[in-house]
Design a protein around this ligand. Structure first.
Ligand code: DQA
Length: 148
């Protein structure tokens, strides 16, 4: 069975308490339940990791080598400036999908640029927690349908 790693970056542990206008009112725990439910439906094993620290996210990405067949990452604000996370993603040779709950292109200008996007297979932005679920569907497609 294919294994995926989902990474939530800084401040995403505060979902539910954070600007409902841009983010779901769901807590991170509730979002994770939905991810796990959908992963089960799509026959994926998923590990979920959240960190507020750039270095910890990078170390997690290093440890993903040879362990996972795909990555779903919401780098939070690091999206817009972390060349270090971009470099760590570039080391991986597996598909990577960048996700955002909010539509980063309809917000402040400094959010319009993702330094992460060029090293990812694709990006999903603006659909709330559904962005993660669509990323799982994309993986089902990328990996050739259902997998055992
Ligand atoms: C975010 C968008 C980022 O600009 C912001 O800094 C976040 C969350 C999103 O999921 O919409 O923390 O990645």
């Amino acid at each position: 069975m294919n294994k995926l790693l989902v990474i939530h970056g800084p401040n995403l542990n505060m979902l539910g308490k954070r600007e409902h206008k841009h983010y779901d009112s769901l807590t991170l725990e509730e979002v994770n339940e939905k991810i796990l439910h959908k992963a089960k439906e799509n026959n994926f094993k998923v590990d979920i990791y959240q960190s507020n620290s750039e270095g910890e996210i990078i170390t997690k990405l290093h440890s993903a080598i040879d362990k996972y067949q795909g990555i779903i990452i919401n780098p939070g604000a690091y999206t817009h400036y972390s060349i270090a996370i971009r470099d760590a993603l570039k080391i991986l040779t597996i598909p990577i999908i960048e996700v955002h709950l909010s539509n980063i292109y309809s917000r402040e200008e400094f959010r319009h640029n993702s330094v992460i996007a060029p090293v990812c297979t694709g990006q999903i932005s603006g659909l709330g927690h559904v962005s993660y679920l669509i990323a799982l569907d994309a993986f089902k497609n990328l990996m050739g349908g259902y997998n055992e």
